[in-house]
Write a protein that binds this ligand. Structure first.
Ligand code: P6P
Length: 311
C-alpha cells in the first residue's frame, strides 16, 4: 500500500534534521483539517454553504460561506494542536499570536472562491516558518497546498524536493502518489488572465505573450491559483499574475499565496519571480501585502523576464 502522509513524515525525520515530532504533529493537523474542508466542499450544495457570507474581508473581497467555514476549521485545528505560535489567514486582518516562539503558519483557507459555486477546483495553501511569517520565503520550513479537484491532493515540500499525496476515499488517508514532482524544463502552456492585457504595466509582457502565441503555446486559465499552479507544476509552462493599472503590486498575496507556491515551484526545479526579484527573496513588510507573480518552467520564466527587461 502507498505510504500514508503521517508515516512519510516520520520517515523523513532521518533526512530533515529540523523535522521534529512537533512539526510533524502540526503538518498532520493541517492535513486533517483539509480533509474536513474537502468533505464540506464535496457536499457544499447539500449543506447550504454555497454563496456569499454577506461580508467583505480585509482584502476587500466578498467572503463566500465556504471561505468562512474553511477558515474556522483551520484556525480551530491549529489552536487545538497547540503547535502554532502565530496564525495568519487571508480571512483575518491581524496575525493571531498564540505564543512567542514555535511554528508560524500562514494560510489561504480556500483559494479560488469565485469558482466555488460552479464546482471548479479550489484549494487551501499553507506556509510554515519558525517563530514568525514575516521572513523571506526562502526561509520557509514547509509549504504546500491541498487541491479539491476530481481527486483531493496534498502537494508539499520540506525543502528537499516536492511530493504529492492523494486522498484515498476508502481509508480517509492521504497516500503518497507522487514521490518526486519535477517541473519540465519547458512546457507548452501559458496561464494568465488576458482580459487584463491592456492594463498590464509591462509592454514587454504583452510582447512575451504574443511571442508564446507564435510558438504555438496554448492558454489555460482556471482563475484558482491552486489549480493553475498545480497544472503548471505537473505539466510545465508559465503562470503569471502581473502588476496592472488596477493592482500596482499584482493581486496575489505574498505570505500565503506567492511565497508557498514559489517555494514548491523552485523545489521542483522551476523559477518564481516578481518580475524584479525572486519571490523567495522578498522581505515581507505588511501581513497581507501583494506581489506580482511569474512562475513555472525555467525556460519560460527566464524568457519572460528577458522580454520584460527589454520593454
Ligand atoms: P482574476 C482567486 O480569487 C485568486 O485570488 C487566485 O486564486 C486566482 O489566481 C486569482 O485570484 C484570479 O484573479 O483577477 O483573474 O479573477
Amino acid at each position: 500500500m502507498a505510504v500514508p502522509f503521517s508515516v512519510y513524515l516520520f520517515q523523513q525525520k532521518e533526512e530533515v534534521e529540523w523535522l521534529n515530532d512537533e512539526l510533524i504533529l502540526l503538518l498532520n493537523e493541517i492535513a486533517t483539517a483539509t480533509k474536513e474542508i474537502a468533505g464540506k466542499v464535496r457536499k457544499a450544495g447539500l449543506l447550504g454553504v454555497l454563496g456569499s457570507a454577506g461580508k467583505v474581508n480585509v482584502q476587500g473581497e466578498e467572503v463566500q460561506k465556504l471561505d468562512e467555514l474553511a477558515n474556522e476549521i483551520l484556525i480551530e485545528s491549529l489552536r487545538n494542536c497547540g503547535k502554532a505560535c502565530q496564525i495568519t489567514s487571508e480571512e483575518v486582518e491581524d496575525c493571531l499570536v498564540v505564543s512567542e516562539s514555535g511554528y508560524a503558519v500562514a494560510f489561504d483557507p480556500l483559494d479560488g472562491s469565485s469558482n466555488i459555486d460552479v464546482n471548479i477546483s479550489i484549494g487551501t495553501i499553507f506556509s510554515i516558518h519558525r517563530d514568525s511569517v514575516m521572513k523571506p520565503g526562502k526561509e520557509q520550513l514547509a509549504a504546500g497546498y491541498v487541491i479539491y479537484g476530481p481527486s483531493t491532493m496534498l502537494v508539499m515540500s520540506l525543502g528537499r524536493g516536492v511530493v504529492a499525496f492523494t486522498l484515498d476515499p476508502e481509508s480517509g488517508n492521504f497516500l503518497l502518489s507522487h514521490p518526486e514532482v519535477k517541473l519540465p524544463e519547458r512546457g507548452k502552456i501559458y496561464s494568465i488572465n488576458e482580459a487584463n492585457r491592456d492594463k498590464w504595466t509591462s509592454e514587454g509582457l504583452r510582447k512575451f505573450i504574443d511571442y508564446l502565441k507564435g510558438e504555438k503555446y496554448t492558454l489555460r486559465y482556471v482563475g484558482s491559483m491552486v489549480a493553475d499552479v498545480h497544472r503548471t507544476l505537473f505539466k510545465g509552462g508559465i503562470f503569471i499574475y502581473p502588476a496592472d493599472k488596477k493592482n500596482a503590486k499584482g493581486k496575489l498575496r505574498l505570505l500565503y499565496e506567492a511565497s508557498p507556491m514559489a517555494f514548491l515551484i523552485e523545489q521542483a526545479g522551476g523559477l518564481a519571480s516578481t518580475g524584479e526579484k525572486p519571490i523567495l527573496e522578498v522581505v515581507p513588510e505588511e501581513l497581507h501585502q501583494r506581489v506580482p507573480v511569474i512562475l513555472g518552467s525555467r525556460w519560460e520564466v527566464e524568457k519572460c523576464l528577458e522580454f520584460m527587461r527589454e520593454g
